[in-house]
Design a protein around this ligand. Structure first.
Ligand code: MN
Ligand code: MN
Length: 325
């Protein structure tokens, strides 16, 4: 036997050779390289048009820690992913080069220093790997991600799936934590106030001012309860209306899912979306210009049978599939 892994190969839609997933007809799915979906690493292919990058950082959490193991959990749950996305009629790993960029190694001791390192690391990764799906990590990582994108695109729209608004203020004197990335981004003018949206919001707040302050920042909110009244199609229409024609960053806090579908997370809230609803809505974003995405707050230690990591792996796959259409 050879120690070289056999990768599938093909030709991209613009005529370039592409290295795809490990050939799972020759390598058992549990014996592959451990990268996302068995994709080649960025080091192996040199450059890519799209990629996943792990940010194992959870020093910004306000409750249960553990999302630093999210990238490892999501990659581990991604090895059953096959190359053809039926609903989107997309071969994401053949249409263009996709790579696993690996992890950004940032300090767990000091949120501000870690965020600085993420800004540098993400800018370098985007140079070589194109459009990125970030695997969190806690939700703090959305702030440096948006900031690096806003340098290219100007103020961008954020479509934010979460149980929580994440535009809260300081906590224990800290201005940067996982409950506030969108407030900080908004204060710095990185967000398009005409084109931001939360989806899946629920659970108790400190008072109605939390929502009115959030509206003042420019966020429109689809509450989780509206899935019972407006329904999935109506909500998708509302999203497309608000975001059409703008550069959009999609941020998915896995706690947008009901704890039945995502128990492995730090701040679970009952009454959330099903995995099916979330994946359906992401596929429905096909008409939009998505410039970056993340899936955050997966904390495998609280998970059962990998359900949370599996959901997150498929969220990442849907973004790669949208970019590969
Ligand atoms: Mn949340
Ligand atoms: Mn969040």
């Amino acid at each position: 036997m050879t120690l070289e892994l056999p990768y599938t190969t093909g030709v991209s839609r613009d005529g370039r050779p592409v290295t795809g997933q490990v050939d799972f007809s020759q390598v058992p799915r549990f014996a592959g390289p451990g990268t996302f979906a068995g994709l080649p690493s960025l080091a192996e292919v040199g450059e890519a048009q799209a990629g996943v990058i792990g940010i194992p950082f959870d020093s910004g959490v306000t409750f249960r820690p553990g999302a630093r193991f999210g990238p490892e959990g999501i990659r581990g749950a991604s090895h059953l992913i096959r190359p053809y996305n039926v609903e989107l009629d997309s071969f994401p790993f053949a249409a263009h080069q996709v790579a696993d960029v690996g992890n950004l190694a940032v300090t767990p001791f000091g949120v501000d220093r870690a965020v600085e390192a993420m800004l540098t690391g993400l800018a370098a990764a985007r140079e070589r790997a194109g459009k990125l799906v970030l695997l969190g990590g806690d939700h703090t990582i959305a702030y440096p991600s948006i900031k690096t994108l806003a340098r290219h695109h100007g103020p961008i729209s954020v479509l934010h799936f979460d149980a929580h608004i994440d535009t809260f203020g300081t906590y224990f004197g800290a201005a940067m934590h996982h409950g506030t990335p969108f407030r900080r981004a908004s204060e710095e003018g990185l967000l398009d106030p005409e084109g931001c949206m939360h989806v899946g919001i629920r659970g108790p707040l400190y008072g109605p001012q939390d929502l009115s302050e959030d509206r003042a920042l420019g966020f429109q909110t689809v509450h989780s309860s509206e899935f019972s009244t407006t329904g999935l199609e109506g909500i998708l229409e509302q999203m497309l209306r608000r975001l059409d024609g703008r550069p959009v960053y999609v941020s998915v806090d896995i706690d947008v899912l009901d704890p039945a579908f995502a128990p492995g997370t730090g701040t679970p809230e009952p009454g959330g979306l099903t995995s099916r609803e979330l994946l359906y809505l992401i596929r429905g974003l096909a008409p939009l210009n998505i410039v970056g995405a993340d899936v955050v707050e997966v904390a495998p230690a609280y998970d059962h049978a990998d359900v949370t990591s599996l959901a997150a792996a498929h969220v990442a796959y849907e973004f790669l599939s949208l970019w590969g259409r």
